[in-house]
Each structure stands twice: as C-alpha cells, then as structure tokens.
Design a binder for this molecule. Sequence first.
Ligand code: ATP
Length: 478
Amino acid sequence: MCKINFDFLISHAKVYGFIFPSSEIYGGLNAVYDYGPHGVELKNNIKKFWWKSMTQLHENIIGLDSSIIMHSDVWHASGHVDKFNELLIDNKDSKKRYRPEILIQEYVEKNFLNNPKKKEEILSRLFQSLQNQNLGELKILIDELCICDPIFKTKNWTEIRHFNMMYKIKNEKDLYLRPETAQGIFSNFHNILKSTRIKIPFGIAQIGKSFRNEIFARKFIFRMREFEQMEMQYFILPEEEIKWYEYWRKNRLKWHLELNLENKQSYKLCDHDHLAHYENVGSDIEFHFPFGFKEIEGIHSRRDFDLKNHEFFSKKKLRIFESKRNYIPYVIETSLGLDRLFLAIFSSSLKKEKLKNGKIRVVLKFPYYLSPIQAAIFPLVRKDGLPEIAKKIFYDLKIHHRLVYDEKESIGKLYRRQDAIGTPFCFTVDYDTIKTDTVTMRNRDSMKQKRIYIKEISNIIEQETGLKKIFKKLSYFI
Ligand code: ATP
C-alpha cells in the first residue's frame, strides 16, 4: 500500500467527477465546492443511509425539511445574533484574517513539540482567556510568542474583536441564511406535536444546507461557507437529560464505527471544554482526517434553551401538556456534517496499491452500499454480438440498480476506471456467455473473478450492495 497525500486526494476527487471548485471558470471561490456526477451519487447515498438509520430504524424519530430563510426573531431567540461569534484578528500587511486561538494553537503545536510543560502552560493561558473572553490577554499571548502572519511573516496585527458568523441577506432587514438547521426544528415543534401526536421521548431529524462566514476556511470540504448538516433533536423529560445524553454519545459513535472506515483508532470521543452558547454539556466525535483528528459530529445537551427562548419571543406555548404536568422538554442534539462525513469516507477509502506486476492501481474502497455506482456491465470485445448481450443485461437491470455500461476501452482499462470511482462489481460478457448464459464477476477489492449465471446478477447486486446487511447490524443497538 502506498501513502496518499492530500493534494493527490483533491486532484483525484476532481479528475473522477467527485468534487469541483465552485465557479472554477471564473477563478473559483474560497471555501465553496460543487459535487460532480459521482460526488452527488455518493453524497445522496450517505444522506439516504443516515436518514433511514435515523427515521426508519427508530420508531420515534420523524423527519422535517424546513426553510433556509426564517423570521429574524428566530435568530434573536436562538442567541445567534448576539452570540454566534468567532474571534478575529487581521494582519495589516497581508490583509488576511485569522482566528487568534488557532494561530496560537498551531504555533504551540509546531514550536513546543519537545517542551510539553511550556506547551501546557500556554494552552492553559489560552483556555483561561477564552473562558473569560479576555481579548487583551489573547493579544498579549500573540505578541509575547512573536507569532507572525503565516504568509507575509510580519507581526503587524490589529486588535482582536468579535465577528458574527451569520450571512445577512442584503437589502432584507434582519434576514439571515441559517447557520444551523436545528432552529427549523424548534420553530416547528408545536406543529409537529399537533400533527403527529407523537409522545416524549421523540426525535426530529433534518438534512439541509447551512451557511457560516468562516474566517479560517481551509482544508478542502472540511470547512466550507455553504455546507450540509444532518441533525436530530431528541426531546426528553428534563430529569432524563444525562441518561439520553450518554445514550446518544454512545449510539452515534457505534454508528460511525459500523461504517468500518480504517479502524477503531480513527475515532475519538472528546468532551467539550469550551461550550457553545446554547449547550449544557457536549462532546465531539472526532475522526482522523488526513490533516489529523478533527470534529465530524457534535452531541450536545441544549436543555430547554431554545424552546424557552422561542416561547418568550413568540409568546406561544412550546411545551408538553400531560395529565398532571406541563413542561418544556429538554433536548439532546446530534449534529453531523454531511460534507465532513463525505471527506472521512473518501479519504479513508482512497488507496494506492502496488500490484504483483509492479504497477500501481488507485482504488476507492467505499463501503459497498455507499458506492456511487453499484456495478458495471462490459462486453469483453466490441464485436461478435457481445455488446448486444451486455446492453440487454444493462437495460433489464438498470431499473433496479445504479449501473453503468461501458465499452469504450480495453477490459483492463475499464476495470481500472471502475476501481478509481469505487464500483464494487464488474460483470463482463465474453464468448462463453453465448454458450453458457454466464458472465465473469470481478470484485473491486480482491480483484478476483468468478463465473456466475446472468440470472444471478440482480440478486448478487442487491445482497452485496444494498442497505439490508448494514441495517441488520445497526438494528441490534438501535
Ligand atoms: P468547528 O468547531 O469545526 O467549527 P462546530 O463545533 O462549530 O465545528 P457545530 O456547530 O457543532 O460545529 O456543527 C455541527 C457539525 O456541522 C460539525 O460537527 C461539522 O461536522 C459540521 N460543520 C460545522 N461547520 C462546518 C463548516 N464550516 N463546513 C463543513 N461542515 C461544518
């Protein structure tokens, strides 16, 4: 196995139609990307997998698709107008903006690798300053450590200030693009309760776009300004907060582990030491991306923070009425970034393998059920009636499965191309097919081939690449 570097990954994603830089013909746009023909299939499969695991496997989790633009009071009630801020520092020479805490963290990681005591001392000062929102002390740290602009190498910094991360819609007083999907769930709480008569504990799941004016947008699709979230808000009795928080932390980690990306050591569950404005306790599931361990999903106890504030601002009752009690439920949130999960799956599946003949093959070893294409159908050669047989198999089966038919190159090249986009199986029609009604079936990972009957193809694709197998496993712990 050969090592993959990040630039190779980005280039593979582009060349094979997974991810393109947005507006590339006009020079691109920082931290915005488009999903190409194979990317959109993979992304849709990930969404379907998450959606079904949440709504179909749990009896008491239902779905919602709320709008991106909401009444401005939503964002006042949720605290985003006042508190959804990042810290910002500008370098006057490079005119670049940075997050001061990240500048300090990266400096410490780089320069105090062999001096853990000093590293701990600085990180603890950083943590204290963030806790107390002491921006002056943060600036002193940057000056003391003589931290330079990473590009211009100068120390000509502005003061540190707060910066709200919501995108405001121009010419629309007080309207924003949503920075999280969750508020659509809270503002529909009453409608959902009334229209479904669902009982506590229950969850509402949603997949949708969110927008954040990220100052430090880097690392490909890991941190973008327009991204997608897969969120679930679980409404519970207030006294059961810790029980459900613990349940969802463990449940979500197990879900990730069942994806079987790399190995168990690729995940970490980390408690938040810096809480967001809405949360009481929280933790992150971190994944080992090509640039290190980083958050992929957050699990937060939002208590009654959101519903209570929406009650106050909207003057509507957002509570549960039971025989002897009326209360605002607590909420445990699971919030997963679709694009980050895409990157985790893509980066851990992309392999360069050295073959026995010394050549290198590039293969995307996606979990079968997520692959953009489930199987490819080829004729061995473009003559003697083989393409006609292969096309008939393709047309008969394409209504059931995501398939491609290809005959443009030699069989070896056709296999390599399917490896490079992660297709688990290739079925090839050859001269024996005419006599025996059989084809060769080639497996992406082992590259082994065997003969099977044409009539078996559909079943094999369904069993091997459908969601049934993985759902059976998941249903044990859900
Ligand atoms: P980070 O600390 O990395 O900025 P966050 O703690 O602000 O993330 P949350 O507000 O908890 O993130 O959002 C939930 C999930 O949404 C994150 O775990 C992540 O997967 C995803 N996410 C958040 N911001 C972005 C972004 N700018 N680009 C892509 N995904 C994002």
